[in-house]
Design a protein around this ligand. Structure first.
Ligand code: GLP
Length: 268
């Protein structure tokens, strides 16, 4: 894992640089798109860069991570609508280039299998953006998720439903109990993963994700098994890290040994 601790205001541009570098070397890249608050500044930055011609998504495709079950089609709180509003409508993806699991399907198991097949058919995900939940979830893989899991139906924890009630006018009962989510196994197959976490509420999960024992109790610890994971944190989210001084030192000297490559910081 590579860990960068920086100002919350710097995160949008830093992660957008990674996306821009990938699209420059691979215009038909497959992006894994997260919803939630964590990636919003990245999406703002990417929208600005599309407007001024620095980035194009014209040849790219995208897959979202997860979706609530049972919201009406077009419900603005569905992740399909959220990713449309926050990113797709503001950049230049080709029509139909971004897919998500269908939480309104009559056969949810078939919808999950279709979604996995679509990711495979696209050649897998080149860069997966991720947030982390206070329960340690990535996507909606709540505690006790199998590290081998694929896209499937999950039941949200009461904590996650409380956390997400802010998107449902504060009404926890309005937050769906079930969701579809890419599995940890699906996420671990992405070729690059970038996790963004900000704010003190994320500090316990971040500490487990980076320094804790690999365990289904904290699904985000699966990322310790990812061969190319970058964790981007603000100071508050990083506050529980025991080895934070070491991570700062690594970040400070990262240029010295890294081969210079046209593909950005993480290019092999
Ligand atoms: C949400 C989503 C995740 C997201 C996480 C953190 O419920 N299912 O994909 O990354 O929880 O959310 P936020 O970024 O709003 O803190």
């Amino acid at each position: 894992m590579e860990i960068i601790v920086t100002d919350a205001d710097a995160i949008g541009a830093l992660v957008a640089d990674e996306v821009q570098a990938l699209l420059a070397r691979r215009p038909d890249a497959v992006l894994g798109l997260a919803t939630g608050s964590s990636p919003l500044r990245v999406y703002d930055e990417l929208a600005a860069r599309v407007r001024d011609g620095r980035v194009t998504f014209a040849g790219a495709r995208g897959f979202t991570l997860d979706e609530y079950v049972g919201l009406a089609p077009g419900d603005p709180r569905s992740y399909r609508a959220v990713i449309h509003d926050e990113l797709v409508s503001r950049v230049d993806f080709a029509p139909g280039a971004v897919l998500g699991p269908d939480g309104g399907a009559s056969d949810l198991v078939a919808a999950c299998a279709d979604f996995e097949r679509a990711i495979q058919a696209a050649g897998g995900i080149d860069l997966q953006l991720l947030g982390v939940g206070t329960t340690g979830h990535i996507a909606f893989n709540e505690p006790a998720s199998s590290f081998a899991s694929r896209t499937r139906v999950k039941t949200l924890t009461a904590q996650t439903r409380r956390d997400n009630a802010r998107f449902f006018d504060g009404d926890v009962d309005a937050v769906p109990r079930h969701c579809l989510t890419q599995g940890l196994g699906t996420i671990l197959e992405s070729r690059q993963a970038i996790v963004i976490a900000t704010g003190a509420a994320k500090a316990p999960a971040v500490r487990e994700m980076v320094e804790g024992a690999v365990s289904a109790r904290w699904p985000c610890t699966a990322l310790q098994l990812h061969p190319n994971a970058l964790v981007v944190l603000d100071e508050e989210a990083a506050a529980g890290l025991e080895l934070i001084d070491y991570y700062r030192e690594v970040a400070e000297h990262r240029g010295a040994v890294r081969r210079s490559a046209p593909g950005g910081m993480l290019a092999p």
